[in-house]
Design a protein. Structure first.
Length: 155
C-alpha cells in the first residue's frame, strides 16, 4: 500500500491533542479493566522519567508488522516518547502484572516507520479510523519506536 505524502495539519494536531486528553482522563477507569481482561492491542509501558528515573506507566497500543513491534504517538513527541528516547529501555506489560524488558529505537522516516504507520489500523476503535484519516499528518509529525525484547544482561 502506498502512503500519502507527509503534510502536517493544524486541525489534526488539535483533534489528536483533544483525543489524548480524553484518553488520559479515562486511563484510571480503563486501567483496571485492562489489567483484568485485556483490551485489544493495549499494553502498559513503564518508562523511567528522564529527571527522576521513576517508572512512569502509560497504556499504549502495541503495533505489529513484518515481525516487528512498534510503539508511537501520531502527534509527535510527548512526555513518554521523550522519556523513552532518553532511557532507551523500559518495561512492557503484555499481560498484567508480568513485564518484559525492552529496548526502543526511534525510527527515522523510511520504510520501517511507514510499516508502523500502516499498522495503526490495529488500534482499538476509534483510534484506528482517526489514524487512517490523519495519515498525512502522522507521516509528517508522528514519533515511532522499534521495540525489541532486551536480553537480561542488556536491561
Amino acid at each position: 500500500m502506498t502512503l500519502p505524502e507527509p503534510r502536517a495539519s493544524q486541525a489534526w494536531r488539535i483533534y489528536l491533542r483533544a483525543q489524548y486528553r480524553i484518553i488520559r482522563l479515562l486511563a484510571p477507569l480503563v486501567g483496571p479493566y485492562w489489567r483484568g481482561y485485556g483490551l485489544g492491542n493495549i499494553v502498559e509501558l513503564r518508562v523511567p522519567g528522564w529527571q527522576t528515573g521513576r517508572p512512569r506507566p502509560i497504556l499504549l497500543g502495541l503495533l505489529q508488522a513484518g515481525g516487528h513491534w512498534f510503539l508511537g504517538h501520531p502527534n509527535g513527541d510527548t512526555a513518554w516518547t521523550r522519556n523513552l528516547e532518553a532511557a532507551g529501555t523500559a518495561e512492557l506489560s503484555l499481560s498484567w502484572p508480568t513485564t518484559i524488558p525492552i529496548r526502543a529505537t526511534r525510527l527515522a522516516p523510511g520504510e520501517l516507520r511507514d510499516q508502523a504507520i500502516l499498522a495503526t489500523s490495529q488500534h482499538v476503535f476509534p483510534g484506528n479510523i482517526a489514524y487512517r484519516l490523519a495519515r498525512r499528518h502522522v507521516r509528517a509529525v508522528g514519533t515511532y519506536f522499534l521495540i525489541e525484547v532486551a536480553l537480561p544482561e542488556e536491561a
